[in-house]
Write a protein that binds this ligand. Structure first.
Ligand code: ADP
Length: 256
């Protein structure tokens, strides 16, 4: 608690009167701590690829100056590290943009049928690389929600990209759009991959959290995708529900 004592004008018989103000600052402290943890994590995540990049540059300037074999080997790795840093910076900027406009509520009319088709089209090259088929199951009727088109694109890009990356290689990803009877819309992204062990599920939307089960860590990512998804959905007063069965697959459902 933050305590403040302020003198107030004297009482009737001139006895001094004080006002005691108690303010609960635990929430402000918590936010402060989260912010500094975040900066520390972000710096750490950037420092690793930067250190590696510097190491390669020093080698290529020094001992491997005229070694074309080493150059051929190192340059793609260096490009990879630079790409990883760009991805990280893009995700960090996305998060800070969202924080900056947290008080504005998104208010476009977004038709989910066309939005999901856009997302699918944009992810086709990645899906082809991974040999995954993305199937959309859309109702005849147009399903429209109040929201921000670009932000919702980002949500479904993240979820469908994850399903392609972490789902079954050479498998399929099914995306269902439903208008429920109570008028609410629901989108489910289903994969038939290795699934997520239950103890990780509650932590998936934490910043930088990545599940380190066999080969999931080897896939490229920043651990910020689902944090961004959660942030955007809370601005849309919507929920993300995760159901996963190890060995069977995972379903991420957005309830508007
Ligand atoms: P990123 O993909 O950049 O690592 P995300 O925040 O999008 O970060 O996801 C966090 C972690 O959740 C991923 O690293 C992965 O381990 C796990 N994950 C996300 N989606 C799935 C999925 N469909 N199947 C299995 N694991 C998943």
């Amino acid at each position: 608690y933050l305590v403040r004592v302020a003198p107030v004008a004297g009482g009737a018989d001139d006895t001094p009167v004080f006002m005691l103000v108690l303010r609960d600052i635990s929430e402000a402290r918590r936010i402060d701590r989260m912010r500094s943890d975040f900066v520390a994590n972000a710096s750490h995540e950037l420092r690793t690829p930067l250190a590696s990049l510097r190491g390669y540059i020093e080698t290529l300037q020094g001992p491997a100056k005229n070694d074309t074999k080493a150059q051929e080997r190192f340059l793609p790795i260096m490009l990879d590290q630079a790409t990883r840093m760009s991805r990280l910076v893009d995700d960090l900027m996305s998060l800070s943009r969202l924080e900056a406009k947290a008080h504005l509520s998104p208010e476009q009319q977004v038709t989910l049928n066309t939005l999901l088709e856009h997302v699918r089209d944009g992810l086709l090259p990645l899906a082809e690389d991974l040999n995954v088929a993305i199937n959309l199951f859309l109702p005849e009727q147009q399903v429209t929600v109040n929201g921000d088109n670009d932000e919702l694109l980002e949500v479904f890009e993240n979820l469908i990209e994850n399903a392609c990356k972490y789902g079954a290689e050479g498998g399929r990803v099914d995306v269902y759009l439903k208008a429920r009877e109570d008028g609410a819309a629901e989108v489910s992204v289903v994969d038939y991959g290795p699934g997520i062990p239950a103890e990780h599920v509650p932590r998936l939307t934490e910043r930088f959290y990545r599940v380190s089960v066999a080969d999931s860590r080897s896939k490229k990512g920043t651990g910020l995708g689902l944090a961004i998804v959660k942030h955007i959905l809370s601005r849309h007063r919507s929920r993300l529900v995760v159901k996963s069965a190890v060995g069977k697959g995972t379903t991420f459902t957005v309830r508007f």
